[in-house]
Ligand binder design. Sequence first.
Ligand SMILES: [Zn+2]
Length: 50
Amino acid sequence: MVKYICINCNYGFETEKENPLECPHCGTDRFEKDKSAEELLEEIGRILEG
Ligand SMILES: [Zn+2]
């Protein structure tokens, strides 16, 4: 699953598609991947490395 945040309406949604065509909430094609989980993992890695 890939998580996206809609830039237009700020609606968060998950999809199995790598490139969803439109926001299921407002229908715009402007959204971005929600990288928060990935960034958190990177940050934890940095902390553990010292
Ligand atoms: Zn939207």
